[in-house]
Design a protein around this ligand. Structure first.
Ligand code: ANZ
Ligand code: ZN
Length: 866
């Protein structure tokens, strides 16, 4: 009989048993199972160490909860739509469906090899019509609720391929082509934001670059283009999304802060300006009213111009075409022909360009704004730095106190006025040179002179009708349109007479047509699919060819896991009300913004549709840290990947859990992996030796009491660590107990119940992290039952007092160690050895002495020399 732990064989055997006994399948009648979820993987083709870490965490925790007696919902599925599949299909002459299904087969096998305990009966795949029909159904419900809009928005456009490009498909000429394929290989646990695939520019950085931006396929320089696209009006929920963060106590502060910043709540005032000279209201001398939003209303006396975004209604009126110009009678009042043309031209060019290139360009118009307090006439500009969808899309320009306005004013020769001076008079400010953006005392502000800026702001708002308290959010609406094939078709029809008409529910799903390799969007090329009839009037009509952002899929997948086969609704409302929220959600922090925000938005919208009671989906959130290799993130693009199977499932799992707290980064080192391997071998050998030694002898041993207490203490400590996801500390505790039991065996030669209990305790405690080993030990020592279904061990006595003593001992021993180390600096190894072998026993003695000597407060000082 061998006492070597044969990984491959043992893993395969227990995986077979688990599957045979359906141990991970959740009982449908469970009242309120603990819902443990890892962000489902994007189907990139292979599992990487980030996935393994992610899923090792949820697996260990769900196994722990199961042993604690909970019903556990621990499902798995596939985030299967998205650009990389389309790219792969294009490059490999296959189709996205086959490629994705092949990826899924491979990744599922890898997950199974790792021994993760999923309820596979609940597996979901977002690219299957069974799933995406509910994306369409939910789209329709949001549409009916007024949460869907159809509007023009700028996208990246390749003039040669005649297609829209996602940010990830736009390459910097300077960079290697490999960059785009790296992104496409998918390093995120879910969705595509790491690939920068959303073309809405929200995920941002992919578009920012210094080199020329070219198409990834044909290397033609990429332009901007305006297209009508679909949006979810997530901004309707800005306030709730923002305020709700305060109550998410189970979320890391970091993530909540990132979300807060993303939503960008800003307090300020809405200020109304009258604008004359727009000239479309012929004969009327009533000006137009333009609202601006400002966070600093107290600077209003420093406003020297008004600027609107190129998309602003006013810009549009000012750019109106020839016919209207000749029709409008009062030539001197309205925008003159020259200005009209410049505005029209400017608006056109700006809209085609990248926001980075627009900079502080702008054009003066013939319109005039009336300062609401001084009555002064201010010039009106159309300026690219004023953003369409921030605030009201218009600003009062205060160059003396706002940096952007300052730059703009300098570039366009506009006056700069100082209306605030720092309270500390020794601080020099020269607003001609640089805007002063701090607080201070007002000047050049009429009756408000001398007031402190915050007070002045409040008074101004109260005193004048033109100013009103207001809050805005930086959050934009969610652009869900993708002009690509591999996603959920948006269930709308365009009819010449009826306009945009939703596809009736009974015609869902609108299934994807067959994939064709083409330069543009394959859905445009699918002529037959494209031609349909209008659901309203029955005339010929065309299908919408945009597909949905894959973040839609991942915004509600957690609900589908509850009732994955339900045929008449996306999820079972009653069940959802019973089983939610997700108790623990684990994933990478690249999802700290979009995925989590969208999930929260969906949940709230579903609640308002009466499909759910809960308004927040996730109770506890954990962002796992990064696995590093030689100080860098382990990733295929850096070529420093350790494949999960290289060291065997169990060693890899145990290592990633024991290396650090889940939220901390850690370094992959062969040496430390070896440690995880050795621990398994040790435990296995101990159990084998015990079983082989035969009958129990029952006489008492010298250290029985100490060992018994240590077993209890370890149970209490490990339980506590599992409760807080501190698997690394649990592993250390387990290791220490193993070491103690080994010495106990060396000195006392025990062969009785206590030793057996110690070994069984180890088997149970390690089972959540190393389940195959757990089963093997359990089986050797008990001969029946499964560790995965075993009860979590209980201490025989209250171990908390003992835990306190032990902490005291540890501290003392650290001191002893220091003293010894210093004293015997030339013989560190020998001393180290002596201390290591003796310290547990010495510790027991020290505690006994200390506790007897100082019983009153329990934790007296220990005399090290005793
Ligand atoms: C006047 C003013 C005076 C402003 C001042 C600030 C300081 P930040 O700067 O990030 O705090 N703003 C409003 N709408 C805008 C739009 N659509 N596009 C570009 N900028 C816009 O953001 C708040 C400020 O951003 C607002 O307050 C406004 O400029 C500008 F001494 O108004 B402020
Ligand atoms: Zn019609």
């Amino acid at each position: 009989m061998t006492s070597h732990y044969d990984h491959a064989q043992i893993q395969e055997f227990w995986q077979y048993v688990w599957e045979r006994d359906d141990v991970y399948e959740l009982d449908e009648d469970a009242a309120d199972p603990t819902y443990v979820l890892g962000m489902f993987p994007y189907t990139s083709g292979t599992l990487h160490m980030g996935h393994v870490r992610n899923y090792a965490i949820t697996d260990a925790y769900s196994r722990y909860r199961r042993m604690q007696g909970d019903d556990v919902l621990h499902p798995m599925g596939w985030d299967a739509f998205g650009l990389p599949a389309e790219n792969a299909a294009f490059e490999r002459k296959t189709d996205p469906e086959s490629w994705t299904q092949a990826c899924i087969r491979r990744m599922r096998e890898e997950l199974e090899t790792m021994g993760f305990g999923y309820d596979w009966s609940r597996e979901i795949t977002t690219c299957e019509p069974d799933y995406y029909r509910w994306n369409q159904w939910l789209f329709k419900r949001l549409y009916e609720a007024g949460l869907v809009e159809y509007e023009a928005a700028a996208v990246n456009w390749c003039p040669d391929c005649e297609t829209v490009l996602a940010d990830a498909q736009v390459v910097d000429r300077e960079d290697e082509r490999s960059e785009s394929s790296d992104r496409a290989s998918g390093d995120a646990a879910s969705s595509e934001d790491e690939q920068g695939a959303s073309s809405d520019g929200e995920s941002g950085d992919a578009a920012n670059s210094d080199g020329e931006r070219v198409c990834w396929r044909c290397e033609t320089p990429v332009g901007r283009r305006e297209l009508d696209q679909w949006f979810f009006t997530i901004t309707d929920y800005a306030e709730e999304l923002h305020d709700g963060l305060d109550e998410l106590e189970g979320w890391p502060d970091g993530v909540r802060e990132i979300q807060r910043n993303w939503i960008g709540r800003q307090e300020g005032a809405r200020i109304t300006f009258e604008v004359t000279g727009v000239g479309d209201a012929a004969g009327s001398d009533e000006g137009d009213l333009v609202d601006v939003f400002s966070t600093r209303p107290e600077t209003i006396y420093g406003a020297t111009y008004l600027a609107v975004s190129p998309g602003h209604e006013l810009a549009r009126s000012l750019a109106k075409g020839d016919e209207e110009r000749t029709d409008s009678g009062s030539a001197d009042e309205s925008n003159g022909p020259a200005a009209r043309e410049t505005v029209a031209e400017y608006v056109e060019t700006v809209r085609e360009r990248d926001p980075d290139e627009v900079g502080f360009s702008g054009v003066e118009t013939d319109a005039t704004a009336i300062h609401p307090l001084t009555g002064e006439e201010l010039p009106v500009y159309v300026a690219g730095y004023v953003l369409d969808d921030v605030g009201t899309g218009a600003v009062m320009g205060v160059p003396g106190h706002n940096e952007r306005d300052h730059t703009f004013a300098r570039e366009h020769g506009l006056p700069i006025e100082r209306v605030i001076v720092p309270e500390d008079e020794s601080v020099e400010t020269d607003v001609e040179r640089e805007a002063y953006t701090g607080e201070g005392i007002l000047e050049n502000s009429g009756e408000y002179d001398g007031l402190e800026s915050e007070t002045a702001g409040e008074r101004l708002v109260t005193a004048h009708d033109a100013l009103e308290d207001d809050v805005t959010y930086r959050l934009r609406d969610w652009l869900i349109s993708r002009q690509r094939y591999w996603g959920t078709p948006i269930p709308m029809v365009h009819c010449e007479d009826c306009g945009r008409v939703p596809v009736p529910d009974e015609d869902l799903p609108v299934e994807l047509p067959e994939f064709v390799r083409t330069t543009g969007n394959p859905l445009d090329a699918a002529e037959e699919w494209n031609r349909t009839t209008c659901p309203e009037c029955g005339d010929p009509a065309r299908r919408e060819t945009d597909t949905m952002d894959t973040f839609v899929d991942s915004s509600w997948y957690y609900l589908r896991f509850l009732s994955p086969d339900l045929a008449d609704a996306p999820f079972d409302t009653d069940l959802a009300n019973e089983w939610l929220p997700i108790d623990v959600y684990v994933g990478g922090d690249e999802h700290a913004i979009l995925h989590l925000l969208y999930t929260r938005f969906f949940t709230k919208a579903l609640a308002d549709l009466d499909l759910l009671e809960r308004r927040e989906p996730i109770r506890e959130l954990m962002s796992q840290g990064t696995v590093l290799y030689d100080g860098e993130k382990m990733s295929s693009s850096r070529g420093n990947v350790v494949a999960p199977e290289e060291y065997g499932a169990e060693t890899t799992r145990l290592f990633v859990l024991s290396a650090a707290h889940p939220e901390q980064d850690f370094e992959w080192t062969a040496n430390n992996v070896r440690g995880a391997y050795d621990l398994q071998q040790t435990l296995y050998r101990m159990a084998t030796a015990f079983v082989e030694a035969g009958d129990a002898r029952l006489e008492r041993r010298e250290h029985d009491d100490y060992v018994a207490r240590e077993i209890d203490r370890t149970i209490a400590a490990v339980t506590d660590e599992y409760e807080r996801f501190r698997f690394h500390r649990a592993a250390t505790e387990i290791q220490e107990l193993a070491r103690l039991l080994r010495r106990y065996r060396e000195y006392d030669r025990p062969q009785g119940e206590l030793y057996r209990r110690g070994l069984l305790t180890l088997a149970a405690l390690i089972a959540p992290m190393a389940p195959h080993l757990g089963e093997e030990l359990w089986n050797k020592l008990r001969g029946e039952g499964l560790a995965v279904e075993a009860d979590w061990p209980e201490p025989d006595r209250d171990a908390s007092a003992y835990q306190r003593e032990r902490q005291l001992v540890d501290r003392t021993l650290e001191d002893v160690r220091d003293i010894v180390d210093v004293a015997a600096i030339d013989e560190p190894e020998r001393i180290e050895l002596v201390v290591a072998r003796e310290w547990k026993y010495r510790a027991a003695e020290l505690v006994d002495e200390a506790v007897t000597a100082d019983d009153a407060d329990g934790a007296g000082t220990v005399d090290v020399d005793a």
